[in-house]
Design a protein around this ligand. Structure first.
Ligand SMILES: [Zn+2]
Length: 83
């Protein structure tokens, strides 16, 4: 590896310690719950999950868990979008 690449790897290591540099804007994931696998997605501040709890309340343990996992890496949800 040449020195230019070595410095890039070092920079990447430093970046990876600073998660607040990254804001996830959209993604989808499979979430393995205790009984089923759920499709969880996030797009521009809006969560979706295909579990029954989310259909009723627009929030569920899966989306809440994802928020914790991604601690600080998703944009804070505007309160005006909560309805
Ligand atoms: Zn769910």
């Amino acid at each position: 590896m040449n020195s230019n690449m070595i410095s890039k790897v070092q920079k990447a290591r430093n970046y990876a310690e600073e998660k607040d540099r990254v804001t996830l804007e959209s993604f989808s994931a499979s979430f393995r719950g205790n009984h089923n696998i759920y499709k969880v997605s996030y797009d521009g501040g809006t969560w979706r999950c295909d579990c029954s709890s989310f259909q009723l309340r627009s929030i569920c343990s899966h989306t809440m868990a994802m928020e914790r996992i991604l601690d600080g890496m998703i944009a804070a949800q505007a309160s005006s979008e909560a309805s």
